[in-house]
Design a protein around this ligand. Structure first.
Ligand SMILES: C[S@@+](CC[C@H](N)C(=O)[O-])C[C@H]1O[C@@H](n2cnc3c(N)ncnc32)[C@H](O)[C@@H]1O
Length: 254
């Protein structure tokens, strides 16, 4: 997928906030080895490295474009190009951290127990994933995808509900963990600029569409989707646009 680090970081403050909240919710730890799975441009991996200056911190991502931006900023994080689906650390890690990345991977029934196998005894898997796939931003995208002349090309491109309800993760992981906490938070992001919800999803949820369409057809899709978004997310008095965004947090300790 063609991740665009500059477009993604347009909303860095709002995007980083859930990751900061996830770090703040971590239990007391003295980790020697940390991995940030799907680290993107590396903001949170750098924070983890600052928080635990003696730990070895690896930032793993499958996008060379995102990693190139991460590498361009000074830090002591070791950046690795790789796919979470095939990730096997050479030694068990004490903290596997992941912000807004694991929803891109299928089959959580298999994925999450496998990630736990990479943890050292007492280790923690801490992740945050969007769970707003029924919200207008995503529902309208699927509606436009299914009803335009591009419907055949986009068939199957947009996952309906890649993240399960909280109890799914608790039931899956509790029998093999010392503790599991799952919770959700709905953020009310305050966005600025023209068509900010479109600009937000352009670097994330819309990528599978942008990958399959080009030229005039891509422009027509974006225009149809943008018109629906304008109705669903009208600017407030004063010009800000409110973007409610529900996210699932998971903290599992083995
Ligand atoms: C929405 S960004 C989040 C980036 C970062 N964690 C943050 O919070 O700013 C999702 C990242 O996950 C990465 N990603 C998606 N699927 C992946 C996979 N299978 N393996 C590794 N990285 C993946 C993407 O390349 C992208 O950089």
């Amino acid at each position: 997928m063609a991740w665009d680090p500059e477009q993604y970081d347009l909303f860095q403050g709002a995007r980083e906030r859930p990751g900061q909240d996830l770090i703040a919710a971590l239990p007391p730890l003295e980790p020697a080895r940390i991995v940030d799975l799907g680290c993107g441009t590396g903001h949170l991996a750098r924070r983890l490295a600052d928080k635990w200056p003696d730990a070895r911190v690896v930032g793993l991502d499958s996008s060379s474009a995102m990693l190139a931006k991460a590498v361009g900023q000074s830090s002591r994080v070791a950046w690795e190009l790789g796919d979470i689906a095939h990730w096997h650390p050479p030694e068990p890690v004490d903290l596997a951290f992941s912000n807004a990345a694991l929803h891109w991977l299928p089959d959580h029934q298999t994925l999450f127990p496998r990630l736990l196998l990479a943890l050292a005894p007492g280790g923690v898997l801490a992740c945050q994933m969007p769970r707003n796939f029924a919200s207008p931003s995503h529902a309208l995208m699927r509606e436009v995808a299914a009803t335009g002349p591009w419907a055949a090309k986009l068939d199957g491109a947009l996952a309906e509900e890649p993240v399960h309800p909280p109890a799914f993760y608790w039931r899956l992981l509790r029998p093999i963990c010392r503790s599991v906490q799952v919770w959700e938070t709905e953020y009310l992001h305050e966005l600025d600029g023209p068509d900010p919800v479109l600009e937000w999803v352009r670097s994330t949820a819309l990528l599978p569409v942008l990958e399959r369409l080009e030229g005039a057809e891509r422009d027509a899709f974006i225009a149809a989707y943008r018109d629906r978004l304008r109705e669903a997310y009208p600017p407030e008095t004063g010009g800000h646009t409110l973007f409610p965004f529900r996210r699932l947090f998971l903290m599992a300790r083995v």
